[in-house]
Design a protein around this ligand. Structure first.
Ligand code: ATP
Ligand code: MG
Length: 315
């Protein structure tokens, strides 16, 4: 397992198994969760690339067909296109095979993502060079894009048997935006591709939050220099967050649910300071996720971390 901490891998596997043990999942509850995540991902993915709609406005545009006064038409169209692309993804998962990816599929997803805003280039690789605003990395020459995309698929076919699926999904995400094969919509398409791989393996939709944009750009820049661990861990944490949300919502209420609290509140009842818990959370050693600007975790998660530490010492 080259890029992911074993602790985090074990946790993700355990939580996926837990989710699978609840299958068949209660239909209404799952539909509600999916609707929620679909709007949240549409908002976050579009907001990261500069779309001005808020989460609430995205909800209104998609569910009520409303137009938000003072916001560009393009932002409305992007919201709708993203939502359609996600519907397409869900259909693929329902009928599709496991662990598949092709250039055809990538172009199909891209076509939907920009169908209302960049029809001319929908599903077509760029024919001139581009830069990424706010990043040092300059994507490869347009002439090389077709070959690099073929190589990407070959790489995927080879590695899908060797790697943990979360690593695979994260690396596809990075490799894809590194190539930046299209004129527009690369960021959004990469999030969808990553989720295609994750959802084919049974994981729920994972979301890179707008709030984490700075960190997202920082870990991508590290991955450009072949330091993949921080980016893979960053993605793994988004996966864990979605798993937690599903488990929290779908676990029968007769079983005890864990309560997520701010680190300062949890620290009081543990041998650790809030600062140290924060470090463990950022390193992926402690089960935690961010709510707004704050990391949250549970008392039980800290106890599991402590038990894990003891086990490591015993070995
Ligand atoms: N250092 C980096 N290396 C590779 N990719 C990066 C880096 N920094 C940012 N990115 C990716 O580039 C995207 C932004 O680039 P750009 O604005 O060209 O995207 P785009 O093609 O317009 O896609 P979208 O419209 O979906 O954001 C980010 O969303 C991110 O996925
Ligand atoms: Mg763009």
């Amino acid at each position: 397992m080259p890029y992911l901490d074993q602790n985090l891998v074990d946790r993700l596997d355990k939580k996926l198994k837990q989710l699978n043990s609840l299958r068949p999942l209660p239909k209404t509850a799952v539909e509600k969760l999916r609707d929620q995540l679909r709007i949240e991902m549409t908002y976050n993915s579009n907001a990261i690339e500069g779309n001005s709609l808020t989460l609430k406005e995205t909800f209104l545009v998609i569910n009520e067909g409303l137009t938000v006064k003072g916001k560009p038409l393009k932002d409305h169209l992007e919201a709708k296109d993203h939502y359609s692309a996600l519907s397409y993804l869900y259909e693929l998962i329902k009928h599709g095979k496991k662990n598949t990816l092709s250039e055809h599929l990538i172009k199909q997803i891209h076509t939907i993502i920009v169908q209302e805003t960049d029809k001319e280039w929908a599903g077509r690789y760029r024919n001139s060079n581009v830069i990424i605003g706010g990043a040092d990395h300059t994507p490869p020459d347009a002439l090389d894009v077709p070959t690099l995309m073929r190589d990407l698929i070959t790489w995927f076919s080879k590695e899908r048997k060797n790697m943990h699926v979360v690593e695979l999904a994260a690396l596809i995400h990075h490799k894809f935006v590194y190539i930046h094969p299209f004129f527009d919509g690369n960021g959004r398409t990469s999030h969808l591709l990553m989720n295609l791989i994750l959802m084919q393996a049974g994981f729920p939709l994972s979301i890179v939050l707008k709030n984490d944009r700075k960190k997202y750009y920082r870990v991508l820049a590290q991955a450009d220099k072949e330091q993949y661990e921080p980016f893979v861990r960053f993605i793994a944490q988004t996966v864990e967050h979605s798993l937690d949300l599903y488990l929290k919502t779908l676990t029968p209420t007769t079983k005890k649910r864990e309560t997520f609290l701010k680190l300062a509140d949890i620290a009081k009842d543990t041998p650790y300071s809030a600062k140290y818990l924060n470090l463990l959370a950022r390193q992926g050693k402690l089960e935690a996720h961010k709510e707004g600007r704050n990391w949250v975790t549970t008392q039980e998660a800290v106890e599991r971390y402590m038990k894990g530490r003891e086990r490591q010492r015993d070995v």
